[in-house]
Design a protein around this ligand. Structure first.
Ligand SMILES: [Zn+2]
Length: 426
């Protein structure tokens, strides 16, 4: 059976998002065309509805991933074998959060500060006006608060608009400590390859490092062209595809994925869909602080339900502004969840390493069923559902069961791996 390129792409997307054994992709060959269509339209951002905002909007593509997972489990139950898949996030965490900070400006004039003085509290304003404190440079302040929770984040600099080279040493040091220093690509870079190359050169000239993560200023994006420019410059990921006017799932998914090129071939670059931007809440939606916090809470719960990735954009320059200063509260809230919180690049590297882990299921003459897991990365867990209560799972290699529960005639296992290993069932 010959599949269309689009169908092949979508099947691979579903299989990889769930993390099922590599040779089992074919179980999705019978997915109806209209579902393939909905997923492919979603992932290319062609279903954009920016006018309406629904607080409870669900990621449609992620709903299909759950549906595809159910198909897999049913098939395994019918064949009397366990269902097994790669856990989505490191150490069995339930969901992930990418903390990101665009930096639209790094300083302003006294006159400008006077014009926007109502944005700041009195003490900060005074110190800002007397130049004791730069209210628009909060990198160290942000680092300090993130450090309290052992979180890391990404900073993207718009080096086409200002010169950040006087902070070069600070930023290089941050980079060494695990924060990411990436590119905030300026106007026109999304549809001009020359402008993109200029921006990258300028970034390298100022900071002496090659950017590998990017967000486009004003979230301007031309789906195929921008990805082409970024791939040519070896970016590991982009995180520009989100709504400006309100939070939400522009691509129908919150998960990282390799977007397709014009021929529906999987690209090397990853997209981390942008879900919440601070300025949407205050500038476009005119929410107050409590409403903003409530909306963020809703998204945390929604993304947790889907095991997704909450990519949050909190502007660097807004950290001391009223409303902007709820950032520590958000971190405090996240610290109470079983979630993996890190920079864009750490999330992207995790996702790529997880994709490289292979699971292979074979019939075994003695035990009936054998699963071989290779290319194991630190933190990877394997989840498993066993539908035959009389049979047990055994591990050959460096792995241990960290969670086991029984319900409705199923036994669920979470197995943490420290190296390649084999699982048996019998
Ligand atoms: Zn920007």
């Amino acid at each position: 059976m010959s599949l269309s390129k689009t169908k092949e792409y979508v099947i691979q997307f579903l299989a990889e998002s769930i993390g099922i054994p590599n040779e089992l992709e074919h179980i999705y060959e019978d997915i109806p065309d209209d579902i393939i269509e909905q997923i492919s339209v979603g992932l290319t951002g062609n279903d954009i509805e920016t006018e309406e905002f629904d607080y409870d909007s669900a990621p449609e593509v992620d709903e299909f991933i759950i549906w595809a997972q159910e198909i897999y489990e049913e098939l395994c139950r019918d064949n009397n074998i366990p269902a097994i898949w790669k856990s989505r996030w490191p150490n069995g965490n339930k969901f992930a959060v990418a903390l990101t900070h665009d930096s639209d400006s790094i300083e302003v004039t006294k006159e400008h500060l006077q014009e926007v003085k109502e944005r700041f509290d009195e003490k900060d304003l005074e110190e800002g006006l007397s130049k004791k404190k730069n209210l628009y440079w909060n990198v160290e302040r942000i680092k300090e608060i993130e450090n309290k929770f052992a979180f890391k984040s990404s900073f993207y600099f718009l080096t086409s608009e200002y010169n950040v080279s006087k902070y070069k040493d600070i930023l290089n040091q941050l980079n060494k400590e695990g924060w990411e220093i990436g590119l905030h690509a300026g106007f026109e870079t999304h549809d001009s390859e020359d402008k993109m190359n200029q921006d990258i050169d300028e970034f390298k000239r100022q900071l002496g490092i090659q950017p590998i993560g990017v967000r486009e200023h004003y979230l301007q994006f031309d789906y195929h062209n921008t990805f082409n420019f970024l791939e040519k410059n070896h970016f590991v990921y982009d995180t520009s595809l989100g709504f400006r006017e309100h939070p939400g799932f522009l691509l129908g998914t919150s998960l990282p994925f390799n977007p397709p090129n014009e021929n529906w071939e999987k690209r090397n670059i990853l997209e981390l869909p942008l879900i919440i931007m601070d300025t949407s809440l205050w500038g476009y939606m005119k929410l107050d602080e409590d409403e903003g916090m409530k909306l963020i809470e809703n998204y945390i719960l929604n993304i947790r339900k889907f095991g997704g990735l909450l990519t949050l954009l909190w502007h660097q320059e807004a950290f001391l502004m009223k409303k902007g200063n709820i950032y520590p509260k958000i971190l405090e809230r996240l610290s109470k969840e079983e979630c993996f919180v890190s920079s864009g690049i750490a999330i992207a590297e995790w996702w790529n390493a997880r994709s490289d882990v292979t699971i292979s299921v074979k019939e075994d003459s003695e035990k009936g069923w054998k699963c071989t897991i290779k290319n194991v990365v630190k933190g990877i867990c394997i989840e498993m559902k066993n539908f035959d209560m009389t049979k047990e799972v055994s591990i050959n290699g460096k792995g241990r069961i960290i969670n086991k529960s029984e319900a409705d005639g199923e036994i669920y296992y979470m197995i943490e791996l420290e190296g390649d290993c084999e699982l048996f069932y019998g």
